[in-house]
Design a protein around this ligand. Structure first.
Ligand SMILES: *Cc1c(COP(=O)(O)O)cnc(C)c1O
Length: 465
């Protein structure tokens, strides 16, 4: 069977191409959600059927119910799409099937592609090359990676080596509105999801950190080392911590400063919005997702950690018990800098899309998403049926049904809206109220899509009309 498939490879890939093109061409007519009604097979046959017949089975059973989550009206979570160049890079990553680790000495250049991609990303975000970075599966793993090095940093300040000795007690973490994935990272790191010290947010139901309260809490630690998890765009209302003020506090008190900028980091692509990130180059580590606003296929994100922390990073992730000798950035291998040992060439889709569209292309994607969010925002502000839960600061619209008496209906409204399959949004709770969040990061989304969504929202409220 394998030999047969090998002989037939070109035909197989041709069939894949046709199926892929069909999906991508019809994506804006496909439903954004379908009911779960597929019978699962539980036994593997003794004899395989070959790729052609397997493609046929997939095309019959699963392909028709794959939803348009990478299409223009999937606004739940923060769901990106995939640019044509990114899909091209992603297909080739599978074809080439490399395992990027060392940048020299193994006869494999794939890690160099990753290093170059990180440099292109630093250039896109106008960040200095004092950072080194690498690819992981998502912002969750990026947060985990960065906070693992932060944990090692705190331990060193306390005179211990947590990577070797285990966590113990006393690693202090401060944060105002950490993303759930950062909290999950704290639990995975043995620091405890409940153990972070909650700093106040600014008055007026903001999600951004109150700098005055932050300084008070820092002072009450009496010089104990700690890490701060700050937000470069919260997921609900895209609120940004005052990064310039945090940079000044870091100068003064010397803590580990992490910024979760999973999608908010893309504000740097727009001259109009990049001020939101002023000061972020002073951070020790930064998380940015690629499968959101960079519009590369799942899974893709990267971390940035300052090169000066290279030794701590190697202590955290080195894949051997032998002590690491010399400069960790010489004889570099990703193997010793991040959680996974083997990885696909995850940088390639990002490399392709960066090269294909450049800085201007990403400025256009980012500014278009923000414009689409403003269109929906304008409709909601004028509507008699809906109201904003928070101001639209960037690309997310956080809203609800107008009037406290309608709080009970938010859930069923959203369920009906999503079931209609034309647009997809996610529930949220903000300021004690049930609401709905629409996040705009897909490069395909246009005015017509916002119009369709608005018509759908009206139709759910007036089904007979
Ligand atoms: C989406 C998101 C994450 C988690 O990202 P994954 O890619 O799903 O792992 C973390 N932080 C923020 C701010 C996010 O928006």
């Amino acid at each position: 069977m394998l030999q047969n498939d090998l002989n037939n490879f070109e035909n197989i890939l041709q069939q894949v191409l046709e199926q892929g093109v069909d999906f991508l061409k019809t994506i804006d007519q496909r439903p954004t959600s379908v009911p779960h009604t597929v019978a699962l097979v539980e036994e593997l046959e003794e004899d395989g059927k070959g790729t052609a017949a397997t493609l046929t089975e997939f095309a019959q059973r699963f392909a028709p119910i794959i939803v348009a989550s990478s299409g223009p009206r999937s606004w739940g979570f923060v769901t990106g799409g995939a640019t044509p160049a990114a899909v091209a890079g992603d297909w080739l990553a599978g074809v080439y099937d490399q395992n990027p680790q060392a940048i020299q000495g193994q006869g494999d250049v794939s890690a160099l592609i990753e290093v170059e991609t990180i440099r292109l990303l630093l250039s896109l975000f106008e960040l200095p090359d004092t950072f080194m970075g690498g690819f992981v599966t998502g912002a969750t793993m990026s947060n985990f990676t960065a906070l693992a090095v932060a944990r090692q940093w705190v331990g060193k300040r306390q005179g211990r080596d947590i990577a070797k000795e285990g966590v113990g007690n006393g690693v202090k973490v401060l944060s105002a509105t950490p993303h759930s994935s950062a909290v999950k990272s704290l639990s995975m790191l043995g620091l405890g999801s409940q153990n972070f010290i909650k700093v106040d947010t600014l008055p007026g139901n903001r999600e951004a950190i109150d700098i005055v309260d932050l300084e008070v809490r820092i002072q009450s630690l009496n010089g104990e080392p700690f890490m701060l998890i700050s937000s470069g765009g919260t997921v609900n209302t895209v609120d940004f911590d005052d990064l310039e003020a945090i940079a000044r506090l870091k100068e003064k008190y010397g803590f580990w400063w992490h910024i979760d900028a999973a999608f908010g980091g893309f504000a740097a692509c727009s001259p109009q919005y990049k001020h939101l990130l002023n000061g972020w180059e002073g951070a020790d580590s930064i998380t940015i997702d690629c499968h959101k606003w960079l519009n590369v296929p799942y899974e893709s994100a990267f971390f940035l950690v300052k090169k000066e922390h290279g030794l701590l990073q190697v202590e955290t992730f080195q894949n051997s018990n032998a002590p690491y000798l010399g400069n960790p950035l010489e004889n570099f291998s990703y193997l010793n800098f991040l959680p996974e040992n083997s990885r696909r060439l995850r940088a390639l889709p990002a490399w392709f899309t960066l090269k294909a569209y450049g800085k201007k292309g990403y400025q256009a994607i980012v500014e278009n998403s923000i414009r689409m969010a403003r269109l929906l925002d304008a409709f909601i502000q004028e509507s008699a049926d809906f109201e904003l839960l928070a101001p639209t600061r960037l690309n997310n619209v956080c809203f609800t049904l107008k009037g406290d008496e309608n709080q009970d209906k938010v859930h069923s409204f959203l369920t009906q809206l999503n079931q209609r399959g034309k647009v997809f949004m996610t529930p949220t709770v903000y300021n004690g109220k049930k609401g709905i969040r629409a996040a705009f990061v897909n490069w395909r989304t246009g005015e017509k899509d916002v119009e369709i969504a608005i018509a759908e929202m009206k139709a759910v409220l007036a089904p007979s009309a």
